[in-house]
Design a protein around this ligand. Structure first.
Ligand code: ATP
Ligand code: MG
Length: 337
């Protein structure tokens, strides 16, 4: 299927992220409904061609838990990526509208994400790099699939050099400047699962609720609710400190508002919190099966060497149970809208 820009009819706006926007479109010659992601790329034409070449790997990604790829093309400053349309949208949209997701369903989500991650790494040596509820999609057939994984090194570089991204699902070792590994994805999965099961971002009221007045100047702008924004090229805490602390320009730190607990934490405080404090947990413990809390605790081991890889976690008791359990995901999908 060779997709030409003029063959696509825009039907609706699906959402907006930091890198661009996603639209529901119809590929008129075939009648196929697709999601078209438009990413603004500040790169030379040669680099854009390279990105397009690298994106072609997605044609070879075939898994029940990976979004299908239809094709990509350049429309001047943008790259457009056409992918499978998921009619129930992303899990962040679902829980924000319908509340916390029951733990049996969260178990099926964990299983699906682990299978997707294991496929990407075992077959293509791809690390996802951006696991979070907005990149886990759901449809009315009850399917759970992941999207927005890091296939193109050039694309990752072009975006990282030009835009501002969320960092809140970032593992402690990544915040401190270590390279991405599959273990970083596991951390992000742990944070995402707590968020879905509690119906709120887990760091929101995990710390003190006193008015923040740190000497870390917050030069960052608040984004959508639940998203904290920081310049993406700043990868380690010492850099963040030196880049953003300025005696001269000392205003009161206005925290980025994180949804849920009613407290505010600036992105810098959040990053420091992730590095320095205990990882969040699935609480209250009596509300959840012990296998589920044990699973989340393994995902959130702060030492990446101690943290299991996705493949190891497929053998965890909670995942074995979740696989065997009969959960009516199609029925759940029918209740959403
Ligand atoms: P960020 O830019 O921080 O990664 P994001 O994941 O929300 O945030 P986008 O990837 O641009 O940003 O996606 C925007 C929204 O579009 C998503 O939250 C999701 O609800 C919707 N969306 C993305 N891809 C699809 C798809 N294939 N089918 C249906 N909806 C989609
Ligand atoms: Mg996304």
């Amino acid at each position: 299927l060779d997709i030409k820009p003029e063959d696509l009819k825009e039907l609706a706006e699906l959402g907006q992220g930091n890198g661009g926007s996603v639209k529901k479109v119809e590929h008129v010659p075939t009648g196929t409904i697709m999601a078209k992601k438009i990413v603004l790329i500040d790169a030379k034409p040669s680099v854009r061609k390279q990105i397009l070449r690298e994106l072609q790997i997605m044609h070879d990604c075939h898994s029940a838990h990976i979004i299908s790829f239809y094709g990509a093309f350049v429309v001047d400053p943008n790259i457009c990526i056409c992918m499978e349309f998921m009619d129930k949208g992303s899990l962040d949209g679902i829980y924000k509208k319908h509340g916390a997701i029951s733990i049996e369903i969260v178990g099926k989500i964990a299983l699906a994400v682990l299978e997707g991650l294991t496929y990407l790494y075992d077959v293509h040596r791809i690390i996802h790099r951006d696991i979070k509820p907005s990149n886990i999609l759901f449809n009315s057939k009850g399917q759970i699939k992941i999207c927005d994984f890091g296939v193109s090194g050039e694309l990752i570089d072009s975006i990282a050099n030009t835009f501002v991204g969320t960092s809140t699902y970032m593992s402690p070792e990544r915040i401190q400047g270590a390279p991405y590994t599959v273990k970083s994805d596991v951390w992000s999965l742990g944070i995402s699962l707590i968020e879905l099961a509690l119906g709120r971002f887990p760091f929101a009221d995990s710390s003190s609720d006193e008015e923040s007045d740190s000497d870390l100047e917050n030069t960052l702008s608040p984004g959508r609710p639940g998203s904290a924004i920081i310049q993406a090229q700043v990868t380690a805490l010492p850099n963040i400190r030196s880049k953003t602390t300025s005696k001269k320009d000392k205003r009161k730190s206005r925290g980025v508002s994180l949804q849920g607990g009613g407290m505010t934490m600036s992105i810098l405080e959040l990053l420091q919190h992730i590095v320095n404090e205990d990882a969040p947990r699935l609480t209250p413990e009596e509300k959840f099966p012990t296998e589920a809390t044990s699973f989340v605790n393994s995902c959130l081991l702060k030492d990446p060497d101690a943290r299991p890889a996705p493949k190891d976690l497929l053998k965890h008791e909670w995942i074995i149970q979740s696989r065997a359990e009969d959960v009516d995901l199609e029925g759940w999908a029918a209740t959403l809208d």
